[in-house]
Design a protein around this ligand. Structure first.
Ligand code: UDP
Ligand code: MG
Length: 317
């Protein structure tokens, strides 16, 4: 019987976890052709998430958990789960039931058809502010335009992947992970299916607007050097315009003589160029900062406790 690991990153999800397991078990019971195992990753929760996971593990044999030493972020938590997974297939989903387990049969059918991955995208973003919807749309549009990885608008992390694909993803050892992109970057045959987003019923979203902004920036910078090219092109255009302006001013000076009042023009030029230079340094800084962090070679996560057996429980291997 094929084993399917369900990797679930959890950060302060004490309220929803028992419900999550109940709901998911109902779906799993309807798919007896596969055996399922949960791998929860407690991402440094401040609430009773770890205790709840211990209780669930005592109650159900197929509940495994890894507890990280602090909050490393969802990306690192997902990596920890993928790395420890051994199943023939691996499902990644959120703990908050926004990723409906009822999609399992369709997803499994998707990979059994011969695809390496069956991934989901939100059909309609219920329960999200219009601003967030707009930002999401802009993000996916921009991301697809400037980088090598293409994904549909509303693509989420909820997906099932073959062992081979999971192994490829964990072989990418970058520290600043943007999984949505990495999942596409590794290639393979991905089947996209639509799902209806559900509102979070318990707990609150862990993303702040600033957090999402940083996430989007990570996405753009980890898959594209277009911003760097953009500032080079901008520099070229400004130089060309400046050159034309210099010629005009020179000719004017030679013919009409020196025109002394140039206060406004000078000030505009200096301020404008100052702004452009600041911006360019900022873009360069974004990339250099990323090189700096990568170059330290720190681990992606540090695990403190797990109930995974034998070869799997080598905590940080
Ligand atoms: N999560 C995590 N670490 C974090 C933030 C979030 O493991 O630092 C988990 C969280 O517990 C949930 C999933 O990532 O299972 C998605 O988080 P959330 O529902 O807050 O995000 P949203 O659905 O609003 O995008
Ligand atoms: Mg959620």
């Amino acid at each position: 019987m094929k084993l399917i690991d369900i990797v679930v990153p959890c950060f302060n999800e004490e309220e929803v976890l028992p419900l999550f397991v109940d709901e998911t078990n109902k779906v799993i019971d309807g798919i007896p052709e596969y055996s399922f195992r949960y791998i929860f990753i407690n991402d440094g929760s401040k609430d009773r998430t770890l205790e709840v996971l211990r209780e669930l593990a005592a109650k159900f044999d197929n509940v495994k958990y890894i507890s990280l030493s602090r909050n490393f972020g969802k990306e690192s938590a997902m990596y920890a789960g993928l790395e420890k997974s051994t199943g023939d297939y691996v499902i990644i989903m959120d703990a908050d039931l926004q990723h409906p387990p009822a999609m399992f049969p369709q997803m499994i059918a998707g990979v059994e058809e011969g695809n390496d991955c069956c991934a989901l995208y939100r059909a309609k973003q219920k329960g999200e502010s219009p601003i967030r919807q707009l930002v999401s749309k802009m993000f996916f549009g921009f991301q697809n335009k400037i980088s090598d990885v293409k994904m549909p608008d509303g693509a989420v992390d909820y997906r099932i992947m073959s062992r081979q694909m999971v192994d490829s993803i964990i072989s990418l050892c970058e520290k600043q992970r943007f999984s949505k992109g990495l999942f596409c970057w590794v290639g393979y045959q991905i089947k996209w299916i639509e799902y209806q987003n559900v509102e979070r019923t318990v707990g609150t979203t862990k993303w702040s607007f600033w957090g999402l902004f940083k996430y989007a920036l990570d996405g753009l910078t980890s898959f594209s050097v277009t911003p760097l090219r953009f500032i080079a092109v901008l520099g070229f255009i400004i130089s060309a315009l400046a050159f034309i302006w210099i010629i005009i001013t020179l000719i004017q000076t030679l013919i009409i003589g020196i025109e002394v009042p140039g206060y406004v023009t000078t000030l505009c030029a200096v301020l404008f160029m100052g702004g452009i230079i600041e911006m360019s340094v900022g873009v360069l800084g974004e990339y250099i900062g990323r090189i700096y962090i990568e170059s330290k070679g720190r681990p992606i996560y540090i695990a403190k406790e797990t109930n995974l057996e034998d070869k799997d429980n080598d905590l940080n291997g």
